[in-house]
Structures are given as structure tokens and as C-alpha cells.
Ligand binder design. Structure first.
Ligand SMILES: Nc1ncnc2c1ncn2[C@@H]1O[C@H](COP(=O)(O)OP(=O)(O)OP(=O)(O)O)[C@@H](O)[C@H]1O
Ligand SMILES: [Mg+2]
Length: 510
């Protein structure tokens, strides 16, 4: 049976509406929505011309699409046509006829407003019904109803898309405001304890600001005394874990068995006389563990540490049950881990686990620009501590500091100022009050200063060890860090030194 023409058209229009509703419900840019709307209207209604416009909140033209206009005709002129003006003013659908439309032969015109609630978002319209066989060349009442329904769906989709874009903009601006506030806070806060205006240090501080929020493990590299521990504290202090503990452990300071029990803890009864003790991981629950001098941790412990990082649980010494731990790991070292990996002294898998993000601290000699501010900062700190808040540095003393290479980096500078403040008689520290090492000329270093004194390599080595031991007041782990050898080697060198009467007498150790 032949479906009557009327019925077929209604069916077609209903299907089209259903289809459009689905197509528009997936959010898209407003322009795409309008264009789709116009094309569907033209296709279903067999029109020769179609258009769709949208207006912004100030009723200014936002988007305009037109189809079937004479070539060279400006689409904007659609807005000035009588039917469109009337619909935008009356906000009701309109069916009318015009004798011409922007230079084209006119005919029947249908226009429907795009209304979201009582907000006018624009209009959609068609002009000139195509004649198709028996189909009449004019629109019928159903066609206007169809266009009005299409406009309702379209307006809802545009409204959605605008709300979505508005929310997105709001979120973005809130996020960027939040980010800049955090970075400013970090900058101001870090400025008070972390001195560093040089571009190198600014890069480091930016990186800290970015990684602090995440849960990523961070490996902090840098020579001795460059501020690795400070950076670790800064990362923790600006992380979501800041209210939870920051637990530091120096992996170079302890022999292997002790280090293991420090890390993982001991269950009662492992050995007589040994108290049950929680390990650092347990103590740091929810917070941060800082593994300082990670390059000094023995291989067997590296394997155990790796397991903790992978499984996020620990097994205490002598314990049988596993304990879940939620900690973030920050690690630091001055050692060349990559070379150590090649030599089989450091596990590559552990290295990658620790080094999700890497922060490299530049040595002080590569950022001399930071020295004056550091000097002021330490003068102020130790001046106040010694009850001499007005103590200053003579210009030539600062000059001397500025040319010194600082192998011990910021810590060496800090010790230098601390010592000078403690010993200074005058309120102004002169260059003679500064007990800088023998490296004062930035170029050349010790070897240039030997002059006619030509020691053997062994002698030179022992002299240097003597000097380091003096500087570190006999602190073995500090000396081992400066010398870049393990503590056992330092003990051996010290013994060799005490048997060498000519050098030994320079050394003030007990
Ligand atoms: N940018 C800085 N501003 C102020 N003080 C600093 C700065 N960097 C380091 N210091 C100070 O220098 C000393 C050494 O810093 P820190 O202990 O963090 O260095 P490190 O790299 O961990 O050294 P090491 O390798 O010897 O353990 C600390 O007293 C610290 O307060
Ligand atoms: Mg340190």
C-alpha cells in the first residue's frame, strides 16, 4: 500500500528531529551546532535558501551561516531582512511570503527563534520550497511546526554548549589563579629560606613548585652543600602531604645492618636486648621519606628498597606480616649514579624508580650572582645569633669571596660567614678575617700555588685529607662526602695521616 504523502512527510520530519536531537546532544562548538541546524532544516524542508544566526548576550551577531545565497551576496545581510527582523523582535515562529530574498526569487519563508527559556539566542530559517514532482511549492503548517521544534532542540544544544564553555573558562581561570597563588607563595616562602635569584635557581624553584603537588618520586642531584636537603624539605612542605611527617635518613652514615633496621624497623624478639622499633617508612606513613646519600646504600639493601617501592609494603626485621605504607620518596645524592650503574654498584631499576623527576642543583661557582644575597642572609642569621645584628662585610672581603670557587658550595659559604662573625673583633669583617681555603684564585687552584714545593701524589693526597679533616672538625661522614670516598677509606687515610709526622701535626683531630 502506498503511504499517503502527508504521512510520509510527517514520519520523515519526526525521524529527522530524533536524529538531530541525538546529533546535537554531543557537545560541540556553537558554530558547528548552528551549521548542522541549518543544513538539516534545508534538507528536510526542501528549501532553496537556509540560514542560522546566533547572538551573544548583548544581542550582537555571534555566528551566521547561510546556504543557497547568490554568489557574492554578503551573508550578514540576512539579519536585515524583514522576516528575520520580525522574528528577532517578536520571538515567535513566522511563516510568510516575500517577492525576493537578497536578490534571489523569493517565495515562502519560515523563520523560528532560537530560545533558551526566555533568552533569545538567534534564529533559523528557510526560503523557497523546491518543487518536487507532485509536491506543492509552498510550505505547509507542519513545516513551521517542524522548524520550531528543530529550533527548540538547537537552542537547548547551544545553551548547553555556552554553559559548558563558560564553566570551562571559569575552571581554567580558577586553576591558573590557584597555580599562580601557589607559585607566589612558594616563591615568597622559599625566598625567606632558599636564597636564589639566579636563573639557574629560579628554574629549580619553578620545578619544585610544579612537582610538589604530585606524588612522583624525586631524585635531587648536586654537589655537597648545594642545598639538596633544603629542596627536599621544600618539596614536602609544598605537597599535599605537608601535614604528615617528613622523615630523613642519611644512608651514608650507618653500616648496612643498622641502615636496614632504620629503614624497615624491627619486630620484638629478633635478638635478645633488641627493642622493637618502627622503621622510617612506618614513621613517615602518609608523608615523605627523604633518603639522603642514596648513592651510598649497599646493593643488598637496594634490592629490598626496590621491593618496597614496587609493592608499597614493608616487612620488618624478624617480622612475619607485611605492613602497607603510603609514602612519597625523595632521594638525594652527589654521586654519579649513571657511572655506578655501569660498574654494577647501583641498580638501574631502582634508579628509574627514584628518578621519576630529577632536580639538579647547580654548584655555587656556577651561580655567583647568588653569593651577595647569601652572604647578607648568613651575616644576618649569625649576626643575630651572636648578638651582633649590625655586623657587616668590607667590600674587599666580599670581592675575595666572589672569586673563591667554593668547592663546598653554600655550606662552605655558610660556615665561612659563621666563623667570621664568631671571630670578628670589629663590626666590619675584613678580608683578613676570612679563612678561605687555599683556592682563592678561581683559576688554577692548589697546583698553581705549590710553587717550588713539589710533593709526591701520596703526600698531596694526605695533605688534602688533613685539610678536609680540619675543615670538617673531624666529622667523618662530612669528610667522606667532601672527599667522595666512603667512610672506611677516610678512616684509613686518617690512620695513614697520623703515622706521617710531617703532615699529621697540621691536623687538629682527636
Ligand atoms: N639557597 C640557599 N639559601 C640559603 N641557605 C642555603 C641554600 N642552599 C643551601 N643552604 C644552606 O647550606 C647548608 C647546606 O645545605 P643542605 O644540607 O641542604 O645541602 P646538601 O646538598 O644536602 O649537602 P650535603 O651533600 O653535604 O648533604 C644548609 O645549612 C642550608 O641551610
Ligand atoms: Mg645533605
Amino acid at each position: 500500500m502506498l503511504v499517503p504523502f502527508e504521512l510520509r512527510r510527517k514520519l520523515l520530519q519526526l525521524e529527522a528531529l530524533y536524529d538531530i536531537g541525538r546529533a546535537l546532544s554531543s557537545l560541540r562548538p556553537e558554530g558547528d551546532l548552528l551549521e548542522e541546524l541549518m543544513q538539516r532544516a534545508v534538507a528536510v524542508l526542501d528549501a532553496t535558501i537556509g540560514f542560522a544566526v546566533s547572538l551573544d548576550a548583548e544581542s550582537q551577531l555571534q555566528h551566521l551561516y547561510a546556504l543557497g545565497l547568490r554568489e557574492g551576496e554578503s551573508a550578514e545581510r540576512v539579519m536585515a531582512t524583514e522576516p528575520v527582523r520580525r522574528v528577532l523582535a517578536m520571538r515567535t515562529p513566522l511563516s510568510t511570503t516575500v517577492s525576493e530574498f537578497l536578490g534571489e526569487p523569493g517565495g515562502a519563508v519560515l523563520v523560528a527563534p532560537l530560545l533558551a527559556g526566555d533568552v533569545l539566542l538567534g534564529a533559523v530559517g528557510v526560503v523557497g520550497k523546491e518543487e518536487r514532482g507532485a509536491a506543492p511549492g509552498s510550505f505547509v503548517e507542519d513545516d513551521l511546526r517542524f522548524l520550531a521544534s528543530l529550533a527548540t532542540i538547537g537552542a537547548a544544544a547551544i545553551d548547553n554548549s555556552r554553559n559548558f564553555a563558560r564553566l570551562n573558562r571559569m575552571r581554567e581561570s580558577l586553576e591558573s589563579e590557584n597555580r599562580s597563588l601557589r607559585e607566589r607563595m612558594l616563591r615568597e616562602f622559599s625566598d625567606r629560606l632558599m636564597i636564589g635569584d639566579s636563573p639557574q635557581m629560579q628554574r629549580v624553584i619553578d620545578l619544585v613548585a610544579r612537582v610538589a603537588d604530585s606524588h612522583a618520586n624525586v631524585l635531587i642531584r648536586g654537589e655537597s652543600g648545594t642545598g639538596k636537603e633544603m629542596i627536599a624539605r621544600l618539596v614536602h612542605g609544598n605537597s599535599p602531604r605537608r601535614e604528615k611527617p617528613f622523615i630523613a635518613l642519611n644512608c651514608a652514615a650507618l653500616p648496612e645492618t643498622l641502615l636496614e633496621s632504620e629503614l624497615f624497623g624491627i619486630e620484638r624478639g629478633v635478638a635478645t636486648g633488641v627493642e622493637a622499633r618502627p622503621g622510617k617508612f612506618e614513621l613517615a606513613q602518609g608523608g615523605t621519606v627523604f633518603l639522603d646519600e642514596i648513592g651510598d646504600i649497599p646493593l643488598t639493601l637496594q634490592a629490598k628498597l626496590l621491593r618496597v617501592l614496587q609493592e608499597r609494603e614493608i616487612e620488618k626485621l624478624g617480622g612475619r606480616k607485611k605492613i602497607k605504607v603510603d609514602v612519597r620518596i625523595l632521594a638525594a645524592t652527589h654521586r654519579p649514579l649513571e657511572t655506578m650503574i655501569e660498574r654494577g654498584e647501583f641498580r638501574q631499576d631502582l634508579y628509574y624508580r627514584l628518578k621519576v623527576v630529577e632536580i639538579k642543583l647547580p654548584p655555587l661557582r656556577e651561580r655567583r650572582q647568588d653569593i651577595p644575597k647569601l652572604v647578607r642572609y648568613f651575616l644576618d642569621k649569625y649576626g643575630r645569633r651572636e648578638g651582633r645584628p649590625d655586623i657587616r662585610l668590607a667590600p674587599e672581603a666580599l670581592d675575595k669571596i666572589l672569586t673563591y670557587p667554593f668547592p663546598g658550595n653554600v655550606r662552605e659559604l655558610e660556615n665561612l660567614i659563621e666563623g667570621a662573625v664568631a671571630l670578628a673583633v670589629d663590626p666590619v669583617i675584613g678580608s683578613a678575617d676570612l679563612h678561605l681555603g687555599s683556592l682563592t684564585e678561581a683559576s688554577g687552584g692548589t697546583v698553581d700555588r705549590l710553587g717550588t714545593d713539589l710533593p709526591t701524589l701520596r703526600e698531596l693526597e694526605l695533605r688534602y685529607v688533613a685539610k678536609v679533616l680540619t675543615e670538617t672538625k673531624g666529622n667523618m661522614s662530612h669528610a667522606s662526602r667532601i672527599l667522595g670516598v666512603d667512610r672506611k677509606t677516610v678512616y684509613r687515610l686518617r690512620d695513614a695521616l697520623s703515622q706521617n709526622s710531617t703532615i699529621g701535626e697540621f691536623v687538629d683531630i682527636n
